[in-house]
Every structure is written in structure tokens, then in C-alpha cells.
Design a protein around this ligand. Structure first.
Ligand code: PEP
Ligand code: MG
Length: 581
């Protein structure tokens, strides 16, 4: 039995056999060959190259119809496949070292990739990603396998990986993937957010779990405590089975709250909404008693595909959401790509600081073609329910104005085409950069609402990467700087008579609910299954006592003091028992 401690990012307990997802490059077989096998190996290489060329042309053909410019990137990919120098280097190596062709190819590809990484010209350095992409394709074809798709697992498994991208997590089949654990990652990475959306327990930041387990090992994932237990002894296994049953009962009890209003004992109402990442989640919202969608992350339309979603396709999804959730609001956040979410169709090159780089509204303002297609789709869907638009990552009033100019253009276009839309739909923005929080009074004059995105606000204010397990200890929602930024944002918005919600992960933590209530937040938006717990808590307290509590908390000097004071207060009031919380 081996216990490892990481960061619990999605609650719940799961146990089962492991499926170890290895990186393709690190799992390339390497073996010696005889001289007589060399021609056969070269033939295999030629076959794999021809197959790769065919695949690339097929994708290019598909993309070309709609996105001429984007399709050009595949010309570069074709040049790489046909590159004589690369081919000859592989042949030379397999002759000289007498190794199998996959191993020779992986070595040469790595040399090319490293060479490009060192070049100081942006354009050429970016080509490294193309080489990597094509090299992976060629290796797949040489090995005659696909990267084992998580959507095609045959039986229920716990996924163990060095890292999982948000798109890999999004493609997981919920029936087969019962939990996951990774070496890397932090609490608010989008992979973690996806795990919560899928309601599967997950622990990340385990540093070296991939080297400690083998396929078929048995494992317990405790998402509540951030623990994994590999090959547990009988006693541990029994105690976890009991815990699993207990959690099941707690969940059932909480579901009784579904139809009760979210209000304090003295009558203060606060709206609880949900964050959704995948369109199919909409079908289950009513079972949690959510009053609408407070954050519809639209990036996931762009992941796991080689082309871009069309205006028509988006319109269809937004309309469905509007109709289904009506009369409650659906707050659609415009594309927030970049950071830790990358779409293969968008060709965003790798950057040294992706979270500070070309992401979200910055990308959208530079690509009005993509941005306007989304805005038009939302506008066209707006007559079918209560839709609202929200911009991500706004850092100052000029960006908000630029985005609104493009929105005006989209409206003018639709008018001239005779297409209907709601001209008065609310336009809001995320407060997730310190600069936005500090200028909330200015921004509030030109926005209809705010949504506080603490996942990014914390990373940018404390200068701590939200996905880095090594600095996760610094990632503190209770840091006085964060609490002050939140307080200022709420005050500024109420002064301008606009409402403000919080949609960052902080909103789903019971330990902050009392504080946020006391700071007079109007709505909280969170992963659906967190709603009953937060509602239960709010229904147990008075607004007046929450205000006093918030006042004291805001006077404390460290995050630890905040948490200690808060825990003691919760315990005294018996606001949640440890087992359930
Ligand atoms: C946030 O930053 O808090 C947020 C809700 O946005 P995302 O997690 O998608 O970056
Ligand atoms: Mg964000």
C-alpha cells in the first residue's frame, strides 16, 4: 500500500483499476535490428509518411471550404512530411545505430524540435509546434496506433497521467472514467474544472504518481482530502467503502433542498447559478435547483476538433440553452481561449507566459472574424430566452469599449440582413484582473453587470500560476489582497446600481459563503453539485450576522488568520460538520 498526497480538485471518492496514460514520445519502443531488416524499416517509414500526408490533405480539404487562411497551416505540415533532410537523417541513424525506425525517427524529430526552440525569431520558433504535431502523427502511423482515446475505454477505470489537457478531459466518457489523478496541475486549472463538471473525483499535483503505479494496479482516489492510495490493504479499503456509502446518503439528503429558496433566516435572497462547460450539462441543471447559468464557458466548442464552430452551430446551442433555462438567465461568456486551453484549429503559438499573453478578449479583438461569429450567434439566439453576454479578461475600459464596438457592428449587420435579436440584452464583464478590480468604478458605468472570476484574479494578484503544483501553497483565496479586491468590486458596482456575481471556484466553497454573503454579493455561480451545500449553509444564517462577520474578516492581516477565524465561527455555529464539508 502506498499513500500519496496531492491537491484534491474534485470531491468524492472512487476506487478501481488504473489506466496509465503514457506520453507517446516517452513510450516509444527501442530495440536493435539486424542489417537485413534495414530495407524493411525504411519501407515502413515511407508507408507511414505517405499515410500521414494523406491524413493531412484530408483535414486540409475539410478546413479549406470555410477557413481559407487557417487551411494554409497544413501546407507547412505537408512540407515537413516531405522534408528530404529529415528523411535522410532518420535513414542514416537507423543504419548507423541499427535501431528500429520509430526510435530513430523519435530521436531525429526531437533534434529538429530542440533546434527550433532555440531560434530567436518568433515565426521560426513557432514552427516547432508544427513539427511536434506532425512528428506525433508520423509516430502514430509508424506504431499503427492512435493515442489511446479516453472516449473509447472498454471498462471503468481511474486515469493516471502526467498531465491531462482540458480537451482530453472534455473527451472523457463519464461512464468509463470514474476518477483521475495527475502528476501536474492546480486547483483551478481547466482540467480540474472539467473534472468537477463531469462530477468525477480528481487529485492533481501528485508530482510523481506516474512513476509509482502500473497498469491494472488498484487505487483509491479521495478527492475530498487530496489523497490517493495505491493497492490499499483490506482495512483501508473497508473504511473507504463505508465513506463512499456515507457520501451517497449525504448527497441524497442535500437534494431535498432543491426546491427551497436560497435565502437567509432574515430574508436576504441570493441567487445560486451554475457554471457549465459542456452543452450536454444543461439537461441536468434543474435537478440541482439552479436559478440559471451564471457562466457558460464557450471554449469547449473549439476544443477536440480541427475546424472552427460556425455561427450557425453556435446559434443552435445558445438557442437551446436560452429556451431550456428560460426565464432564468444564461450568461454566455465569449471565447476565453489561451492560457491553459488551446484549440488546434486556432494555431495559437506557444508563449513563455500564456496566462499573461494572447488570450481571451485580447485574442478575440485581434480576430474579429471569430469574435463576431460568436456575437452574431448569441444575438440571434437572444429572442428565445434570457441571454446575457459576458466578456472575459477585460483589463481596462478601452478593451470593454472595443468589444462593445464589435458588438455594435454585429448588430448593424444583423439589422441589415433582417435578422431578429434582442437589442437590449445585458452586457457584462468578468472582473478577473487586478486592473479591472481597481477600476471597477469606471467599468461599472459602461457594463450592466460584473462577474468576479477569482480563479484568475488570485493568480494575477498574488502572481501565482493557477496550474503550477509547486506554487499551489501560495494560491490563497483568503489572502487579504483578494478579499479587498472583492469588497471594492462589489461596492463599486452597487454604487453604480449594477449587480455582481462571483463565478470563480471560490464561490463554490462553503467556507467563503458566509463572507461573500456579508460582502453583499448578489449571486454565486458554481459547479452544479456544489449548489445544495451552499444553499444549506445560507439558509442557516442571518444576513446581519454575515455582515458583521465580513467586517471582522476584512480587518485580519493574513489568509491564515482569516481561515482560523472563519473555522472557529463555523464550528461555534455548527454550520457544517466535517464529514459532509
Ligand atoms: C475565473 O477566472 O475565475 C473564471 C471563472 O474563468 P476561468 O476559470 O474560465 O478562467
Ligand atoms: Mg478566468
Amino acid at each position: 500500500m502506498l499513500k500519496l498526497e496531492g491537491i484534491g480538485v474534485s470531491s468524492g471518492i472512487a476506487m478501481g483499476k488504473i489506466f496509465l496514460l503514457k506520453d507517446l514520445i516517452s513510450s516509444i519502443p527501442s530495440y536493435s535490428i539486424k542489417k537485413s531488416q534495414i530495407p524493411g524499416e525504411i519501407k515502413r517509414l515511407k508507408k507511414a509518411l505517405a499515410k500521414t500526408e494523406k491524413e493531412i490533405k484530408k483535414i486540409q480539404g475539410k478546413v479549406r471550404g470555410e477557413f481559407k487562411k487557417e487551411a494554409r497551416i497544413f501546407d507547412v505540415h505537408l512540407l515537413i512530411v516531405k522534408d528530404k533532410r529529415m528523411f535522410e537523417k532518420v535513414v542514416q541513424r537507423l543504419k548507423k545505430k541499427r535501431v528500429n525506425v520509430e526510435s530513430a525517427f523519435a530521436f531525429v524529430a526531437q533534434e529538429f524540435i530542440s533546434g527550433f526552440a532555440q531560434i530567436n525569431v518568433d515565426y521560426l520558433r513557432e514552427r516547432r509546434i508544427d513539427i511536434e504535431d506532425v512528428a506525433k502523427r508520423i509516430l502514430h502511423n509508424l506504431l499503427g496506433l492512435q493515442r489511446k482515446s479516453l472516449s473509447r475505454l472498454q471498462e471503468k477505470r481511474v486515469i493516471i497521467a502526467h498531465n491531462l489537457s482540458p480537451s482530453e478531459t472534455a473527451s472523457m466518457s463519464k461512464d468509463k472514467v470514474i476518477a483521475f489523478a495527475t502528476d501536474m496541475g492546480g486547483k483551478t486549472s481547466h482540467t480540474a474544472i472539467m473534472a468537477r463538471a463531469l462530477e468525477i473525483p480528481a487529485v492533481v499535483g501528485l508530482k510523481e504518481i506516474t512513476s509509482k503505479v502500473q497498469n491494472e494496479d488498484f487505487i483509491i482516489i479521495d478527492g475530498n482530502r487530496g489523497l490517493v492510495i495505491i493497492n490499499p490493504d483490506q482495512e483501508t479499503l473497508e473504511s473507504y467503502k463505508e465513506k463512499e456509502e456515507h457520501l451517497f446518503v449525504v448527497k441524497k439528503d442535500l437534494s431535498i433542498l432543491k426546491d427551497l429558496p436560497c435565502q437567509t433566516k432574515d430574508g436576504r435572497r441570493i441567487k445560486l447559478r451554475t457554471n457549465i462547460e459542456l452543452p450536454q450539462e444543461i439537461d441536468h441543471l434543474s435537478s440541482y435547483g439552479a436559478e440559471g447559468i451564471g457562466l457558460y464557458r464557450t471554449e469547449f466548442f473549439y476544443l477536440n476538433r480541427k475546424d472552427l464552430p460556425s455561427e450557425e452551430e453556435q446559434y443552435h446551442f445558445y438557442r437551446k440553452a436560452a429556451e431550456k433555462v428560460n426565464p432564468y438567465p444564461v450568461i454566455i461568456r465569449t471565447l476565453d481561449i489561451g492560457g491553459d486551453k488551446f484549440a488546434s484549429s486556432l494555431q495559437i503559438s506557444s508563449e513563455l507566459n500564456p496566462f499573461l499573453g494572447w488570450r481571451a478578449i485580447r485574442f478575440c479583438l485581434a480576430r474579429p472574424d471569430i469574435f463576431k461569429a460568436q456575437l452574431r450567434a448569441i444575438l440571434r439566439a437572444s429572442p428565445f430566452g434570457n441571454l446575457k453576454i459576458m466578456y472575459p479578461m477585460i483589463s481596462g475600459i478601452e478593451e470593454l469599449r472595443k468589444a462593445n464596438n464589435l458588438l455594435r457592428e454585429a448588430k448593424t449587420e444583423l439589422k441589415s440582413e433582417g435578422k431578429e435579436f434582442n437589442d437590449n440584452l445585458d452586457i457584462g464583464m468578468m472582473i478577473e484582473t487586478p486592473s479591472a478590480a481597481m477600476t471597477a468604478d469606471i467599468l461599472a458605468k459602461e457594463a450592466n453587470f460584473f462577474s468576479i472570476g477569482t480563479n484568475d484574479l488570485i493568480q494575477y494578484s498574488i502572481a501565482v500560476d493557477r496550474v503550477n503544483e509547486k506554487t499551489a501553497y501560495l494560491y490563497e483565496p483568503a489572502h487579504p489582497a483578494i478579499l479587498r479586491l472583492i469588497r471594492n468590486t462589489i461596492k463599486a458596482s452597487h454604487q453604480e446600481k449594477i449587480w455582481v456575481e462571483m463565478c470563480g471556484e471560490m464561490a463554490s466553497e462553503p467556507s467563503f459563503a458566509l463572507l461573500l454573503l456579508g460582502l453583499e454579493i448578489d449571486a454565486l455561480s458554481m459547479t452544479p453539485f456544489a449548489i445544495p451545500r451552499i444553499k444549506k449553509l445560507i439558509r442557516q444564517v442571518n444576513f446581519q450576522e454575515a455582515k458583521e462577520f465580513a467586517k471582522t474578516v476584512l480587518s485580519l492581516e493574513t489568509g491564515k488568520e482569516v481561515m482560523d477565524y472563519s473555522n472557529a465561527f463555523y464550528q461555534k455555529k455548527e454550520l457544517f460538520d466535517e464529514k459532509n464539508g
